[in-house]
Design a binder for this molecule. Structure first.
Ligand code: PMV
Length: 327
């Protein structure tokens, strides 16, 4: 199950003419701080080279249509047309993007391919929206602020009340500290490269459902829930210090603790816990779930030497996995 595409060539913009434009959006990996970030605590996120790539054109038939292509074959997987009463989440997200971009009724066709597993905690929906909105904005002449609003509107369909961390990574990439607020604060971090292995031991769960389950826990446990989130916030501060100092042993400890706190918040599963234990036993410095949890992806902090051991260990369980090195 190990993916050959660790060596997938990076997505690149291609020259577009006046009737077509290309956009891309990056996936993301939350290093630390998911869920607590919804309550105003900081989080650390890194953009992934993998993401989504979209091509927008003027449509011959005058309809506003988004077509998802199979990444390798380029064959259409499904398409979404702007309908009078959108019902399905993808239809509502497409409508939200078109409205925010002032593109509805203009007769546009966007073909998009996704290089990430959907709904697994790697920011696939934000990457897809960022690619589509960038391509459409470039075709129709919209500014960066409009793109940001359009991606946020699309994310609202999938996530309810998103913190904005996925869209920040999808649009900007790099290594970031993110803090939600009236205006989200993004700080670019400079740190020695990290060797990471990302694995998906289970299908993903709905982000909106997982965020709601944490909110319900905090409501049931008002004396403890906010403290758990505060502890995650303190952990993120320490993780940022370790990250920037290149102290990967300390960072590994903090990732393990963060996973434990996510277990306490009720968003891990036995399979995600097992995947983390297996990675640690195979030599990882630390391992945790990433994103909303309830299924989806985990990642391990490794070294160039231990990366193959973690890949082999997860591979032996049939879990899709790949290695990345941050820039
Ligand atoms: O949608 P995911 O799995 O990438 O998770 C997003 C991170 C959360 O903190 C769980 C939600 C949010 O909006 O920040």
């Amino acid at each position: 199950m190990r993916e050959a595409s660790a060596s997938t060539p990076p997505l690149r913009d291609e020259p577009g003419g006046p009737t077509q434009a290309v956009g891309r959006g990056q996936g993301k990996l939350i290093l630390a701080g998911e869920h607590a970030v919804v309550y105003g605590h900081p989080a650390l996120v890194v953009g992934l080279e993998r993401g989504a790539r979209a091509v927008a054109r003027r449509a011959d038939d005058g309809l506003d249509r988004m077509v998802l292509l199979e990444q390798r074959s380029g064959e259409p997987l499904f398409e979404v047309v702007d309908v009078p009463t959108p019902q399905e989440p993808m239809e509502r997200a497409w409508r939200a993007m078109l409205d925010a971009l002032g593109a509805r009724g203009q007769g546009v066709r966007v073909e998009v391919s996704l290089g990430l597993p959907p709904g697994a905690g790697l920011g696939s929906s934000a990457a897809l929206a960022a690619a589509c909105c960038r391509a459409l904005a470039s075709l129709l002449g919209r500014d960066e602020a409009t793109i940001t609003r359009a991606v946020h509107a699309s994310e609202g369909v999938f996530h309810g009340s998103p913190s904005g961390i996925d869209q920040a990574a999808a649009l900007g990439g790099g290594l970031l500290r993110f803090e939600r607020g009236d205006t989200p604060t993004l700080t670019a971090l400079h740190a020695p490269p990290l060797h990471l292995v990302i694995g998906q031991p289970a299908p993903g769960a709905s982000t909106a459902r997982m965020v709601a389950s944490v909110a319900a826990l905090i409501q049931r446990q008002p004396a403890l829930g906010p403290h758990l989130c505060q502890t995650v916030g303190a952990l993120v501060e320490a993780a940022q210090t370790a990250l920037c100092a290149g102290d990967h042993a300390a960072l590994g400890d903090l990732l393990n603790i963060n996973h434990g706190l996510l277990v306490s918040l009720g968003v891990s599963t036995p399979t995600l816990d097992t995947a983390c234990h297996i990675a640690r036993e195979a030599g990882a410095l630390g391992a945790k779930l990433t994103g909303a949890g309830g299924g989806g992806c985990v990642f391990a902090l490794t070294t160039a030497e231990t990366t193959p051991h973690i890949l082999d260990a997860w591979d032996a369980h049939g879990w899709p996995c790949f290695a990345v090195k941050t820039p």
